[in-house]
Design a protein around this ligand. Structure first.
Ligand code: MLT
Length: 410
């Protein structure tokens, strides 16, 4: 008898974004004339930058010639890409990494989910609440929790509420957490952490021999100088943190797939008997066993964002999305919503204050304005009453969506 992993049965509903897609498709089927504007999932709409496309084409052409053809690539990714990351994303910000510490991958979604595999089942995991659903769902899938409770929390996970009341900056957990997911700039709230706040987490992790799983997928959207771009800008963070970065939103790779994870060599985990063991070695072992890297043309395309032309082009695309975010911020502020994010992140997080639940607001916006956003409660119980809009949309659609929303009574 083939038994299933019953931990999957503990999961609530479907994964958030397919669930939204399902509801939108159902609505569209019964209202075929509705011109729905989608600002739910953070999926890019602008094409890959010209430099990226040129490099991509070159990579494909190399694969067509016997002299330049490539089979399996290096397990951690090509040196040319890891060098470019090391120099541009880290060295320029005063962070010294070796390319051995950088693992290219096909996405931060996969990496933030897969990373738990190298950690023991008894670890207590802490998450910001609300949070990118992958952290909680993969924790549940791995059998690291009990059942979901009435209040929406899973037994065994430490939830750290992030709401307007605490300025979206969670307090340190009162109970000991071994693995701590932090996401900055934050998805879904669009808010950021100061260097002092990150330093507090690094000290906590050091004191408790914990590890911070730092998701920096939205780093490229930071516009304010004082906001840290990497956890490694904090002294001592290399001893306690793994950092996840992605080309998905930075350079429009959601469909092309390329990301990377930094696992410093000095980062240690512990056996049950308390012996230190290299996390880098474990991740290398896991990746080289279960993953065969991202294709050469894609890695070549990703490296093009670090050329002078590529940098300019990517910056212009990000500016386009951030102008969308500004338009949304302004519109929702005029409508009397409390508005957060959208300055250093592509997400605008609003609170209606109208007493509507997040899903009620979702239904109202869909049925009355034909506009799709993401209900805050889909990211965790503390997201209830909030709503997320993604700025990854065509400008005219953003403007039109704001006009439509202004016309309905909220
Ligand atoms: C989001 O909308 O939160 C993201 O696009 C989802 C993802 O990156 O997987």
């Amino acid at each position: 008898m083939a038994q299933i992993n019953e931990n999957y049965l503990k999961l609530q509903a479907g994964y958030l974004f397919p669930e939204i897609g399902r509801r939108v498709r159902e609505y569209q089927a019964s209202h075929p004339d509705a011109k729905i504007i989608r600002m739910g999932i953070g999926d890019v709409v602008l094409p890959l930058a010209p430099s990226v496309i040129n490099a991509f084409h070159e990579g494909v052409d190399e694969m067509a010639r016997q002299t330049t053809f490539k089979g399996y690539g290096p397990e951690q990714g090509y040196d040319f890409l890891r060098e470019a990351i090391k120099n541009n994303d880290y060295k320029e910000r005063g962070v010294d990494l070796s390319i051995d510490e950088i693992f290219i991958s096909d996405g931060s979604k996969c990496d933030t989910g897969n990373i738990l595999e190298i950690f023991g089942a008894k670890n207590t995991i802490a998450v910001q609440d609300p949070a990118y659903p992958v952290y909680v769902d993969t924790t549940v899938m791995g059998g690291r929790t009990g059942k979901v409770q009435q209040n929406g929390f899973y037994e065994g996970i430490v939830y750290m509420p992030c709401t307007a009341e605490n300025h979206f900056s969670p307090s340190l957990p009162s109970q000991k957490a071994d693995l701590i997911f932090l996401c900055y700039p934050n998805n879904p709230t669009g808010t950021t952490a100061t260097k002092e706040e990150l330093a507090k987490w690094v000290s906590y992790a050091k004191a408790n021999k914990s590890i911070i799983l730092f998701d920096a997928a939205y780093e490229a959207f930071i516009s304010e100088d004082h906001v840290p771009h990497s956890i490694y800008e904090i002294e001592g963070a290399k001893e306690v943190a793994i950092e996840f970065r992605s080309f998905s939103k930075t350079a429009g790779f959601t469909g092309t797939r390329c990301a990377f994870t930094v696992v410093p060599k000095e980062l240690m985990g512990y056996t049950e008997s308390g012996e230190a063991y290299s996390i880098h070695k474990l991740w290398y072992r896991r990746q080289s066993t279960k993953f065969n890297q991202v294709s050469y043309p894609v890695q070549k395309a990703a490296a093009a964002i670090y050329t002078p032309e590529g940098k300019k082009e990517v910056k212009a695309t990000i500016a386009y999305y951030m102008e969308n975010a500004r338009i949304m911020r302004e519109s929702f502020t005029q409508l009397g919503f409390k508005v957060f994010g959208g300055i250093n992140a592509p997400y605008v997080w609003i609170h209606s204050g109208s007493g509507l639940t997040s899903w009620e607001l979702f239904d109202k916006l869909l049925s009355e304005a034909h506009v799709v956003g993401t209900p805050g409660s889909g990211f965790g119980p503390s997201g209830e009453g909030y709503f997320r809009f993604s700025s990854f949309a065509d400008r005219e659609k953003v403007v039109e969506a704001m006009e439509r929303i202004k016309k309905i009574r909220l």
